[in-house]
Design a protein around this ligand. Structure first.
Ligand code: HEC
Length: 150
């Protein structure tokens, strides 16, 4: 088989694969991820990084950089990053305003620090980012919800 036909074969296989995995869905995004015995403490945590245009811009750089968040959550925050496509449940869609309304910053922080057991969301603090960087990214993640009260 020539190089070109091999290449075409690989492309076809990849296309097939992406068709078969597209079926994965988010696990109910309105249900809390923090265990019941820790949720009060998580909700009480305050984001020490003020949400300003500067911190949101810093959060974007971390989200698309060393935080590696975009790989799964996608650059647009829709949960459709290249690595996210093979995950079941699929990564959180941050453009969903209903999700943001359900969560305090501290609950998001808890998941970034501890991961969401049984899913592709692993602990990223301190493996990839510091606690302060996680809070900074949370300010950016909030900005994916454009619909306000939706
Ligand atoms: C390897 C893929 C992957 C990467 C990389 C990743 N995530 Fe996730 N993330 C997921 C998946 C999958 C879920 C859905 C977990 C669930 O449904 O419980 C998720 C869920 C979340 C949630 C929602 C938690 C909740 O309360 O429901 C937050 C917040 C989050 N990720 C933040 C981040 C941040 C910030 C980064 C980068 C520092 C990041 N993720 C990187 C896969 C990933």
């Amino acid at each position: 088989m020539g190089y070109l036909s091999k290449f075409v074969g690989v492309c076809a296989a990849v296309t097939l694969l992406s068709v078969t995995v597209v079926g994965a869905e988010e696990k109910d995004p309105t249900k809390a991820r923090v265990p019941a015995d820790q949720i009060a403490d998580a909700k009480a945590m305050k984001n020490p990084v003020a949400s300003t245009p500067e911190s949101i811009a810093k959060g974007k750089a971390l989200y698309e950089g060393k935080g590696t968040c975009f790989n799964c959550h996608g650059k647009e925050g829709k949960g459709d990053g290249p690595a996210g496509a093979i995950l079941n449940p699929s990564p959180r869609n941050f453009t969903n305003c209903k999700f943001h309304k359900k969560r305090k910053d501290g609950e998001l922080f808890w998941v970034i620090k501890n991961g969401s057991p049984g899913t592709g969301m692993v602990s990223l603090v301190p493996a990839a980012i510091t606690e302060e960087e996680a809070w900074t990214i949370i300010n950016y993640e909030r900005s994916f919800c454009k619909g306000g009260e939706e």
